[in-house]
Design a protein around this ligand. Sequence first.
Ligand SMILES: Cc1ncc(COP(=O)(O)O)c(C=O)c1O
Length: 399
Amino acid sequence: MSKDDCRQIFKSGIGDSLGIGSQNISLFWKGRVALYAILKAIGIKEGDEIILPAFTCVVAVNPIIYLGARPVYVDIDPKTYNIDVKTLERLNVETLRKAKAILAQNTFGLSSDLDAIFEIAKKYDLFVIEDCAHGFGGFYKGMPNGTIADASFFSTQWNKPFSTGLGGIAVTRNPEIAERLRGMEETFIKPSIKDEMVLKTLFFVRDRLGTKLYWPMIKTYRWLSKNNLILGSSQGEELKRPVKPEGFEKGFSRVQAKKGRKELGRFDEILEHRKKVTTFYKKILLDMGIEPPYEPDYAVHTYLKFPLLVKDRMGFFKLAEKEKIELGDWFLSPIHPITKNFELWHYRWGENPVAEKISQHIVNLPTHLQIDEDYREKIAKFLKRNRRNIYSSFVNVRT
Ligand SMILES: Cc1ncc(COP(=O)(O)O)c(C=O)c1O
């Protein structure tokens, strides 16, 4: 089967899941590349401003800066970990007038309150882009995440709702934006044979990686990719300064499309599993007198990660590592995983007290397919042993 056939079949699968035509979908090497392409397609240029939540991954900030635009951070709602619409409304009118777009994130699989965001966007003539890196499979008021805003993107990187190793999917219902995206999809550089070989090798290793090896493997993988020794999701420079890496504008490979078709085929199983694990965690927390994560009526939360707020984050991680408990660190700073030189990303510490506070207390429990019944019990025992280190409610960590 040709590369184009493979990609087309994968696109049709995505289109069927989202209820949109495959002409509305373009595929890129990573989610961040899809975001970059969307920003270009809506005409973002030097000096423009883009509003986004102060609780995100730095790789979602970089494309804004690569285009010469400036990120404007807005604090988050401590219940949803998404942009706080009240804070957004209170932004300086000049800032709102100057801005070109708002990025509405699906943090951990929960959609932002889009209608409230659309209202502001309409008033100030802003594009709304959904960052659905965490949100494939979720819904906002009955509509699939990624099909509601002017344009959206998904990530299919290793630890996303379903994985093609690395991958980005741009979606829009706007025919002009769709055409521009298709143009970039065609002209961006093609992944090399080496890129494809490395991805295949990583699939092989990853498929055999159990939860026991989580801590040593994650450390090795992060070190290798930081030092550009492996095809990691973030290459060294991206985490040091927002300068577009060579070869950033890259398309989607046949290897990714083939893997994507397979993973999409078992997506319902993945989603069902996450639901089961999440129901278990919620029950455990309630039994311990801890408030489970908030689920607003407007959304179906898919729990890519299950957030928990702890008092001594470092101590909690150390214990988890010692006891071989898989624990996620999203997001350890308002622009994860950046902990210094914030000014390079136009971030001023102190501006977003809720996000800053939460990033110092949040940990996340895994919900993926390898979290079987035994492992869930192990996590439950760990949580019970460390009950005193867990906040009972998000209100406790309010500033
Ligand atoms: C919120 C958010 N947006 C965007 C991205 C970028 O996705 P990718 O790694 O596919 O470039 C990530 C990656 O982890 C993310 O967490």
